[in-house]
Design a protein around this ligand. Structure first.
Ligand code: AMP
Length: 329
């Protein structure tokens, strides 16, 4: 039987954080290691162009994101790991999809609305059409399973629509509709504003990066909002307990849940224990990441070039068929 095809990506806009990890990356590694899927994971550098990152920073962060994905356990022997812009068919297909996608559908996207508010001086066209590029990213490889966090579900729904619009317009069943695959933690919240998702764009203190040193993790957690601050702090405590559930022993987690219920919980203790648990959990990750980065970028570049070489023939085949279907060949 043909393996299900998984496609997903991460933007090189900053180091991976706990939201990326629990919402997506941890799942990628598990799916990869199950051996049941054909996996494509890419570094979404073209998507990052919709933001305000400086070119030098982007160049460096592409390599850092690659190193971090490898350090979490993404194995280039099992997963096709590549840089999105190395396979130019992504933008070729995105253009074709732009021409079947009603613009009104893109204005509805909550990410577009959120990001437009956050970068009001740079509401570029890419910010609006980014979900169309995402549809191309997925359908180029005939992906049927897309493991993402909650924030991307609407875009995967749009990808389903794009497949339908394309198929209808060109009287074909060439594109299958993919499905989003969520983890049991589809949304990790910010430490400082727990009503918002943990995101690099909110700023330093809002996120814990996987590469943060133990003292940095503790410092960030000490500032995290709990029930004692700002009145309605309960979502902050819920978020910290959720992290504890994933990074600490079951017994420790259960004890804190009980203390929270009977009102004896001490947030200082919770933060100390959580900081230690997260630091320990990612100790090996930090070592592997440092080694990959200390070895220079040559080995990483080699891995990414090999990944693109594996992805390209699949992408080319899809685009040839698409050209034929739309009548530009
Ligand atoms: P990004 O590159 O920032 O778009 O994110 C890479 C992956 O992490 C995507 O699948 C996102 O849905 C997921 N993700 C990002 N932030 C969070 C969060 N706070 N909670 C859960 N998943 C997240």
């Amino acid at each position: 039987m043909k393996k299900q095809i998984i496609v997903s990506g991460a933007q090189p806009t900053g180091n991976l954080h706990l939201g990326n990890y629990l919402g997506a990356v941890k799942n990628w590694v598990e799916l990869q290691n199950s051996g049941k899927y054909e996996m494509y994971i890419f570094i979404a550098d073209l998507h990052s162009l919709t933001g305000n990152q400086a070119p030098e920073k982007r160049r460096q962060q592409i390599m850092h994101t690659a190193a971090e994905l490898l350090a979490t356990g993404i194995d280039p022997k099992k997963t096709t790991l590549f840089i999105q812009s190395d396979v130019t068919e992504h933008t070729d297909l995105a253009w074709i999809f732009n021409c079947v996608t009603p613009v009104s559908e893109l204005y509805r996207m909550t990410q577009f609305k959120d990001k437009s508010e956050r970068q009001e001086k740079n509401i570029n066209t890419g910010l609006l059409t980014y979900p169309v590029l995402q549809a191309a990213d997925i359908l180029l490889y005939h992906g049927n399973t897309v493991p993402v966090g909650q924030d991307q579900v609407q875009h995967v729904e749009l990808t389903r629509d794009v497949a339908k619009w394309f198929n209808n317009k060109f009287s074909t069943d060439f594109f299958e509709e993919p499905k989003a695959l969520l983890t049991d933690v589809p949304k990790v919240m910010s430490l400082l504003e727990p009503s918002k998702k943990m995101s690099k764009s909110l700023g330093e203190g809002h996120v814990i990066e996987l590469s943060d040193e133990p003292e940095v993790i503790l410092k960030k957690l000490k500032r995290a909002v709990t029930a004692t601050e700002g009145g309605d702090g309960a979502p902050g405590v819920k978020n910290l307990l959720l992290l504890l559930q994933h990074f600490a022993d079951k017994k420790i987690y259960n004890d804190f849940v009980k203390a929270e219920k009977d009102g004896t919980i001490r947030y200082g203790d919770l933060k100390n224990v959580l900081a230690e648990s997260i630091s320990n959990y990612f100790a090996d990750f930090r070592k592997r990441r440092a080694k990959l980065l200390n070895d220079g970028f040559d080995e990483l570049a080699e891995i990414l070039i090999t990944g693109a070489e594996k992805a390209r023939p699949v992408a080319k085949e899809t685009m040839e068929k698409v050209r034929e279907l739309v009548g530009i060949r």
